[in-house]
Design a protein around this ligand. Structure first.
Ligand code: GLO
Ligand code: MG
Length: 380
């Protein structure tokens, strides 16, 4: 520990290479958070700045153009952008493949001008009138063909944007009534669609974003376990992982940090969508930590303990502003969520791990409980 504490700033890289993981944590801590903040890089998608419409009422805020949104990223503390295919290339269904690629390249240049990077591209397969009852798992083979072709365009867009990551949120891959689709056949169709992408581009990786319901009643890939299991059925399991969203895990009755730990054990946690959720209701996408601070703390802790981000993984947020927010403060949910993450990171790194280990060895979980609660309350 002493050697690391004495590292000269000019030799940080060289010396840090010699430190153990535990020493590095300590090093980060004593450096007042400077190194810590550098460890995690944050992203969100342009849909996270929005007009506030909900199923029961119209928009309540004015539209901010895509380019104006890009100008906000850095000041909010974000370095990367998550894309739907048509966030990058609007109306892509009406364009030729070359036109799609050219437009995506122009977006990459705009990103560079803003000092931003693309994290992933997600094919938006849930808004087209053809995909009302599913895209990859539609009963109509023509619809399935459309979905697979559109997904291949997402690969081109990803390549043009300099990212190798595709996120699959399988919005309409499920049923409203059990008898409408055969779940074995649907699973085969999902594998076929994923294989189509893997085989079309040997460099891309696919992160499935599981969700148990909404918009469908029952989704075919509701949990991390389902996503990792279907990965094993594909032609290249090593290139299929997960993007875990906190709210989706909660809706599935799971603890998000345990879902993350499970995926980390498989080396499959390639993105996260941090947010919060008040119990079993519609998908709320609330600001990170706004409902259950301890649940948020445990997500930060599992990510930090296992060096999430060391291979370039981003900390993604998928949060929505409350409908009440006025235009001038309609991005607070993003900066607040990032701030909450960094504050919880500080709490986690400040904990006395030796004391925690002792309490675990003594099985004194009441004392451990108190230690965590007091740390979260800032009363250590
Ligand atoms: C909705 C999902 C959605 C996806 C996004 C990226 O429940 O969380 O926001 O994350 O479309 O594919
Ligand atoms: Mg999401």
């Amino acid at each position: 520990m002493g050697r690391c504490a004495a590292v000269q700033v000019v030799k940080i890289d060289e010396e840090m290479g010699k430190c153990s993981g535990q020493e590095l944590k300590f090093f980060n801590f004593i450096n007042g958070g400077v190194a810590m903040a550098g460890t995690f890089r944050f992203t969100f998608g342009p849909w996270n700045i929005h007009e506030g419409a909900d199923p029961f009422g119209p928009e309540v805020r004015s539209t901010i153009s895509f380019n104006d949104k890009l100008s906000l990223y850095k000041e909010l503390g974000f370095d990367g952008v998550q894309f739907h295919d048509d966030d990058a290339v609007p109306d892509l269904d009406s364009l030729s493949r070359n036109e799609v690629i050219e437009q995506a390249k122009a977006v990459r240049n705009t990103l560079k001008d803003h000092g931003l990077e693309a994290e992933f591209v997600a094919p938006r397969l849930w808004e087209d009138p053809r995909t009302i009852d599913g895209a990859y798992t539609a009963n109509d083979p023509e619809v399935r063909r459309y979905a697979r072709e559109r997904s291949r365009l997402s690969l081109d867009i990803a390549e043009a944007l300099d990212t190798d990551l595709i996120v699959l949120w399988l919005a309409r891959e499920g049923t409203y009534i059990r008898e409408s689709k055969d779940s074995k056949t649907a699973t085969d169709h999902l594998v076929e669609a994923i294989n189509g992408m893997l085989n079309a581009n040997p460099d891309i990786r696919i992160a499935i974003e599981p969700k148990p319901n909404e918009p469908m009643d029952h989704a075919f890939l509701p949990t991390t376990g389902h996503a990792l299991a279907i990965a094993a059925l594909t032609d290249d399991p090593d290139r299929v992982g997960v993007n875990i969203e906190s709210a989706h895990a909660i809706l599935a009755g799971m603890d998000p940090s345990d879902e993350m730990g499970f995926a980390l054990a498989f080396d499959k946690l390639w993105s996260v969508h941090l947010n919060d959720q008040n119990g079993l209701k519609f998908d709320q996408d609330k600001s990170f930590g706004s409902v259950d601070l301890r649940r948020a703390f445990n997500q930060v802790r599992i990510l930090d303990r296992h060096d999430y981000g060391k291979r370039g993984e981003w900390v993604g947020l998928d949060v929505k502003a409350m409908r009440t927010q006025k235009d001038a403060v309609s991005t607070r949910h993003l900066s607040n969520s990032r701030e909450a993450f960094l504050a919880l990171l500080e709490v986690s790194r400040s904990l006395d791990q030796n004391r925690i280990d002792e309490l675990i060895a003594e099985r004194d979980y009441e004392a451990l409980d108190r230690l965590i609660i007091m740390a979260l309350l800032g009363r250590t």
